[in-house]
Design a protein around this ligand. Structure first.
Ligand SMILES: [Zn+2]
Length: 267
């Protein structure tokens, strides 16, 4: 079954993972900028990372027939040092014209600090100014509900950024309803130790419906599963979903959201 993996961090995955994804039917991978498992100590470190995302990783994916897109930003975990984050942000515009860049992301919050909020707002302003799509990370565990509320109010302060141009990712049972009510796109992440299982993601899709929602594995350097989406497809099939209904969520929805960027070409 063909699917899109719209949120995965392949810079820290093996080439074997690309091969397994291709064999499972993955057509497209979207890779947001994130914390690489360590704090970078210079803006040059970020420049190298953005170059890796825009030049090297698309070639690696193409070897397996997978189209690779990415998102550029300073991730929330490294946004605590405001002067440093602003210096790195100066690099972003030169990467936005690269052919595989879909927008600004994954911005958002990690520990909901005032410094993180300042850099979140600066990214939202940049997205408005440069007319980019936005991909938002919501915090983990106990910080998630508060962080999601702060993110929604920062977005609401910039109504120029239409709800169809923003996706708020890593939603769970307690945050999905408020994201749905706000009109923004929502993301569900299937991840082994935190976030959702395939069964919980399937429950949420059955309760809240299939519109304006994508699913992903967010696989990264942690214990995570690049094949989480095919496992969700199996769960949905087991529950009686038709092929067409499954493809609506796994293929058509990410295509619809990513098509908001002129760089996106569906397969
Ligand atoms: Zn991520």
């Amino acid at each position: 079954m063909n699917f899109i993996e719209p949120h995965a961090h392949f810079v820290c995955r093996s080439t074997d993972d690309y091969q397994a994804m291709a064999m499972a039917g993955c057509l497209i991978i979207g890779e947001p900028s994130f914390w690489a498992g360590y704090d970078r100590c210079s803006s040059a470190g970020f420049r190298d990372y953005f170059t890796q995302l825009t030049e090297y990783e698309p070639r690696r994916a193409a070897r397996f027939g997978i189209k690779h897109y990415c998102w550029i930003c300073v991730n929330p975990k490294e946004a605590e040092n405001v002067p440093f984050a602003r210096k790195v942000m100066e690099l972003i515009p030169e990467f936005l014209d690269k052919p595989n860049v879909l927008g600004i992301g994954e911005i958002g919050l990690n520990r909901n600090t005032p410094n993180e909020i300042e850099i979140l707002e600066a990214h939202i302003d940049l997205a408005v100014k440069t007319n980019q799509l936005v991909l938002v990370h919501t915090p983990h565990m106990e910080d998630k509900l508060k962080g999601t509320r702060i993110i929604l109010s920062a977005l609401k302060n910039r109504p120029e950024l239409g709800p169809d141009r923003v996706l708020i990712d890593h939603c769970e049972e307690h945050t999905l309803p408020i994201v749905r009510d706000s009109g923004y796109w929502a993301g569900l992440t299937i991840y082994p130790t935190t976030k959702l299982t395939p069964a919980r993601a399937a429950d949420l899709l059955e309760v809240y419906g299939r519109e304006r929602i994508w699913v992903n594995s967010a696989c990264d350097w942690g214990v995570s599963d690049p094949l989480a989406i095919p496992k969700l497809a199996m769960e949905l099939r087991h529950r009686g979903w038709s092929q067409q209904e499954i493809e609506h969520v796994l293929l058509e929805n990410p295509t619809q959201f990513m098509s908001g960027s002129s760089h996106f070409q569906s397969m």
